[in-house]
Ligand binder design. Structure first.
Ligand code: A3P
Length: 329
C-alpha cells in the first residue's frame, strides 16, 4: 500500500546490522564498513545518519540539495553553489569571503555529517544555516525522505556526475589519504571494488542514472550537471546553475564580471593554494583532511592509471547497466 511503498518507511536503525556488508578498503572504526541498502552501498554510519534525517529533517521550500557520488566534483559544485547563492551577502571578490577561510565542505555540509550528531546539536546547526540552506548529499533521492523527494516540496536538487573511469582514479588517490596503510592500497583493488559497485554510494552508474531520469521527468526539480561539461564551459554551466536555483545573474552582474569572479574563487588552483586547504587542516570531527579534496581536476586522467583492458571492462559494465535507458556518461 501507499505507506509501505514510501522510501523512508523502513526501520533503518534496526535493519542496519542485518544488511549485506563490505569490509574491503575500509578504515577503522567499525562503522566505516559499508552496508548495502536498497541497492546502494554506504558506510554504516551514513545509514545511521540517514535514519536520523528521516526522523528529524524538515525541508523548507527554499532548500537546495547538492547530490553526487564521491569524487564526481562535489567540492567544486558546493563552492559554486555557495558562492552563487550567497553572492549578495558575500561578494565573490571580498577578502572576507567565507570560502577563503573555510573548506567548501565546511561552508556546505553533508547531511550525513550533520545528522550523525545529537539531535539538539543538529537543531543548532540547521537553525544557524543562512537561507537558502544548501546541503550536500551522497544519498540518492530515492533514499532521502519522501518529503524532500515529493513534488509538492519546492526544494531543488542539483546533481553532478563524471566519467566513471576518472572517478575510480580519484577514489584511489582519495582512499590513500585516509586508509591506514596508503602505500598498500593498490589501484587494481580499488578498481575491482568500484566495478562491483561497492565503493561508497555505489554502484556509480545506478546513482547517476537515477538522477538523470529524475532530471528528465522533473526538470524543475532536478538539474543534472556533468563535470566534463563544466570544465569545458564553466560560464555556461554556472549560468544554468544560477537560473535553476532562482538567482540568475543580471546583465549588470554579467558586465561587472561577477560570474568570472565566482569561477576564479571556486577554481581548483585558487582553493588548493589557500592556507585552510593545506595539509594538516580538517573539518571538525571529519576523518578526511581538507587537502584531500583537491588533486588534478582534469578529464581523462584515467589513461595514466589503467590498462586498455581495465578501461574496456569498466566501460562494458557501465554499458550493460545503462542499456536501453538512453543515458550515457
Ligand atoms: P581528481 O582526483 O580527478 O583530481 P569530490 O569533490 O566529489 O570529492 O571530487 C574530487 C575531484 O574533484 C578531484 O578530482 C578533485 O581534484 C576535483 N576538484 C576538487 N575541487 C575542484 C574544483 N574547484 N574545480 C575542479 N575540480 C575540482
Amino acid at each position: 500500500d501507499a505507506l509501505t511503498a514510501r522510501n523512508d518507511a523502513d526501520n533503518l536503525t534496526e535493519l542496519i546490522p542485518s544488511l549485506p556488508v563490505e569490509k574491503r578498503l575500509v578504515p577503522p572504526p567499525a562503522d566505516m564498513q559499508r552496508r548495502q541498502y536498497r541497492g546502494y552501498w554506504f558506510p554504516e554510519w551514513h545509514l545511521s545518519a540517514l535514519a536520523a534525517v528521516r526522523d528529524h529533517f524538515e525541508p523548507k521550500p527554499t532548500d537546495i540539495f547538492l547530490v553526487s557520488c564521491p569524487k564526481s566534483g562535489t567540492t567544486w559544485l558546493k563552492s559554486l553553489a555557495f558562492a552563487t547563492v550567497h553572492r549578495h551577502v558575500h561578494p565573490p571578490s571580498s577578502r572576507e569571503h567565507p570560502m577563503l577561510h573555510q573548506n567548501p565542505h565546511g561552508c556546505v555540509k553533508f547531511i550525513h555529517a550533520i545528522y550523525r550528531q545529537p539531535v539538539d546539536v543538529v537543531r543548532g546547526i540547521v537553525e544557524a544555516y543562512p537561507s537558502p540552506r544548501i546541503f550536500g548529499s551522497h544519498f540518492p533521492l530515492s533514499l532521502l525522505p519522501e518529503r524532500i523527494n515529493d513534488d509538492g516540496c519546492e526544494c531543488r536538487i542539483v546533481y553532478i556526475c563524471r566519467d566513471p573511469k576518472d572517478v575510480v582514479v580519484s577514489w584511489w588517490w582519495f582512499m590513500r589519504t585516509y586508509l591506514p596503510n596508503p602505500e598498500q592500497v593498490r589501484f587494481e583493488e580499488v578498481f575491482d571494488l568500484f566495478c562491483e559497485g561497492r565503493t561508497g554510494a555505489g554502484p556509480y552508474w545506478r546513482h547517476a542514472l537515477e538522477h538523470w531520469e529524475e532530471s528528465r521527468r522533473r526538470p524543475h526539480k532536478v538539474l543534472f550537471l556533468r563535470y566534463e561539461e563544466m570544465l569545458r564551459d564553466p560560464q555556461c554551466n554556472l549560468r544554468r546553475l544560477a537560473e535553476f536555483l532562482g538567482c540568475a545573474f543580471s546583465e549588470a552582474e554579467e558586465k561587472a564580471g561577477v560570474l568570472e569572479a565566482i569561477l576564479e574563487l571556486c577554481s581548483l588552483g585558487k582553493l588548493k593554494k589557500l592556507e585552510v586547504n593545506q595539509s594538516g587542516n580538517r573539518i571538525k570531527d571529519e576523518p578526511m583532511m581538507n587537502d584531500s579534496f583537491f588533486r588534478k581536476g582534469v578529464a581523462g586522467d584515467w589513461i595514466n592509471h589503467m590498462t586498455p583492458e581495465m578501461a574496456a571492462r569498466l566501460d562494458a559494465i557501465v554499458e550493460q547497466a545503462l542499456q536501453g535507458t538512453g543515458f550515457d556518461f
